[in-house]
Design a protein around this ligand. Sequence first.
Ligand SMILES: CC(=O)SCCNC(=O)CCNC(=O)[C@H](O)C(C)(C)COP(=O)(O)OP(=O)(O)OC[C@H]1O[C@@H](n2cnc3c(N)ncnc32)[C@H](O)[C@@H]1OP(=O)(O)O
Ligand SMILES: O=C([O-])CC(=O)C(=O)O
Length: 378
Amino acid sequence: MTTTVPEIRRGLAGVVADTTEISTVIRETNSLTYRGYPVQDLAASRSFEEVAHLLWHGDLPDPAQLREFRARERALRPLGRTTSELLARLPETCHPMDVLRTAVSLFGAEDPIEDDDGTAANRAKSLALLAKLPTVVAADQRRRRGLSPIPPDSDLGYAENFFQMCFGAVPEPEVVRCFEISLVLYAEHSFNASTFTARVVTSTLSDLYSAVTAAIGALKGPLHGGANEAVMHMLEEIGDPARAGEWLDGALAAKRKIMGFGHRVYRHGDSRVPMMQDALDRLVSRATDSEATRLATLHESLRRAVLTRKGIHPNLDYPAGLAYHLMGFDTPTFTPIFVMSRITGWTAHITEQLAHNALIRPLASYTGPGQRPVPTVP
Ligand SMILES: CC(=O)SCCNC(=O)CCNC(=O)[C@H](O)C(C)(C)COP(=O)(O)OP(=O)(O)OC[C@H]1O[C@@H](n2cnc3c(N)ncnc32)[C@H](O)[C@@H]1OP(=O)(O)O
Ligand SMILES: O=C([O-])CC(=O)C(=O)O
């Protein structure tokens, strides 16, 4: 008798798990589209709020729809008293991704809507999360700096309000623009690990908050969203641009992964990098201190060294990490900013999964001991 060994695709590499109408990477042109629109064109001409509407509703909003979307988002920004008080009690040493994960869990516990299978209910929850997450992230960064929170300002747009809540001031429009570009580029990327996590949880007919909480956990890891923070730690570890090559040799010899490089889907470079790198270059050219130039030189030296030695290109986390540093955010705030953006993609996928649900439950090829009797208790 012959036994067929099933093909195992570790990490589900190359496996097509389902269809999606939300976004796609077109390998031939190395491009990414959201609902058919090239992401670079969206980032160049549309606000993050318009892109959120596009991802959720399938099309860009008309002026009236955008006005309504903005008014609803702005009204939902404040946190409830219980949430604020509970979050303020978390240890100050805890990672902001843990704060955010806990916040979403609390929002779920406080949400009176029980009916989770309705698209309308999920859309309302998605908008509330989009509106409230920046309030949590900004308050937490201020808490770590020993400062009290700044309430949201409903006269300001999504990106401007976030700066205001973090720093008590809105920077020049050029800086806000670079930030908004990062939000649009980070918003959605098909079946990446955190989105797939959200879809797995949703596939059991669990609720949206549980799916988002799990997705935050998946994004936190340094092989995924946590890489934007890890990039900054790596640049700090290297320090001197002249050391980039020597540091890289040591890291590769020690079999370390170089953070912000490589990608499961793109083999010849992440389609989002050129636009984010351009935004980063603009931030560097605005900076008046030599520190920004040193970091930018180091960043570029390492990029060239990794390409020469390994033939590997940077992913979006590589320019985004340094860009967030130059905008003034603390390093642990970088991945939470990714969450503020990706909440749009996650929740679009949650709605799509529910609309055509099939329980996600793959098989495993067992390699443990053969069946054996349980020994009698001595
Ligand atoms: C927004 C995002 O989430 S983008 C991803 C952010 N993550 C990172 O930047 C972390 C660093 N990068 C990595 O660890 C990987 O490139 C991943 C996890 C992103 C993709 O991994 P996979 O598709 O599984 O590719 P895999 O890890 O098998 O890499 C293939 C080969 O390239 C090498 N490689 C890939 N990325 C890197 C890297 N960053 N540093 C060093 N070597 C790398 C691997 O060692 C492997 O070499 P080998 O065949 O000689 O063993
Ligand atoms: O697609 C992936 O595997 C990771 C990624 O770039 C993203 O989630 O933006």
